[in-house]
Design a protein around this ligand. Structure first.
Ligand code: OMP
Length: 221
């Protein structure tokens, strides 16, 4: 596991963002772990999170012109990551624009649902976790409607879970389906693989290893 992935799992655990236990997730599955990005809720933790996003994006080698953060969680994520990119030594000369959407259109003032830089060129969609990919579809439609090109999705955690209902599981994960459907890469800071590697290396967390492995066996790719 690259040190960035390992460090990110450690950071998410320290911040209480990654937890082990029993959690009902959006799909209705009972997951032995949950990643709650809303708990990156202080200046220092969002700043550190944004540096992880920026580094994962740069390491991916994917070309991009700007960031788009779908409301609501994508709003601070796109803002903070644009700041981290502006401060990154490898991108020192580039000032990366960003935009986000409102959930409700505004009829007064500047109007519309888009805020920030005009959507143009190659756009990276930034989000926290992909489960079914619902919010990605909306973002792709917004970006295309503006005449720009969705160039990739940048997420914090790939849960590596199969898409579809439990009695009709897809051979592909939700992330792979998103990537195939929209013909663009999905870049993640870390994945379930990295969480499992971290558990295997840390004896005080060994108790969770079995439940996470069993969950992955049932639903994972
Ligand atoms: P999609 O937009 O359908 O891909 O769902 C993503 C959502 O899954 C997130 O916005 C969360 O509400 C939720 N989620 C997490 O944030 N972390 C997890 O570890 C698991 C889930 C989930 O419910 O599957």
């Amino acid at each position: 596991m690259s040190s960035q992935r390992h460090e990110f799992v450690r950071f998410a655990l320290e911040q209480g963002v990654l937890r082990f236990g029993e959690f009902k997730v959006k799909s209705g599955r009972i997951s032995p772990y949950f990643f709650n990005a809303g708990l990156f809720n202080s200046g220092a933790s969002v700043g550190a999170l944004a540096q992880f996003y920026a580094q994962a994006l740069i390491d991916s080698g994917v070309e991009f012109d700007m960031l788009f953060g779908p409301a609501y969680k994508g709003i601070p994520l796109s803002t903070a990551t644009a700041i981290a990119l502006a401060q990154h030594p490898d991108l020192a000369k580039d000032d990366v624009p960003f935009a986000f959407n409102r959930k409700e259109a505004k009829a007064h003032g500047e109007g519309g649902t888009l805020v920030g830089a005009p959507l143009q060129g190659k756009v990276i969609i930034i989000d926290d976790v992909i489960t079914a990919g619902t919010s990605v579809r909306e973002s792709v439609e917004i970006i295309r409607a503006a005449g720009a090109e969705p160039a990739g999705v940048l997420i914090a955690l790939d849960r590596m879970e199969r898409a579809g209902a439990d009695d009709q599981l897809s051979a592909l994960s939700a992330v792979q389906e998103v990537s195939n459907t929209y013909n663009m890469p999905v870049i993640s800071i870390a994945s379930l693989n990295d969480i499992m590697a971290y558990l295997a290396d840390n004896s005080e967390l060994a108790a969770h290893q079995q439940s996470v492995a069993a969950y992955r066996h049932q639903y994972g790719i």
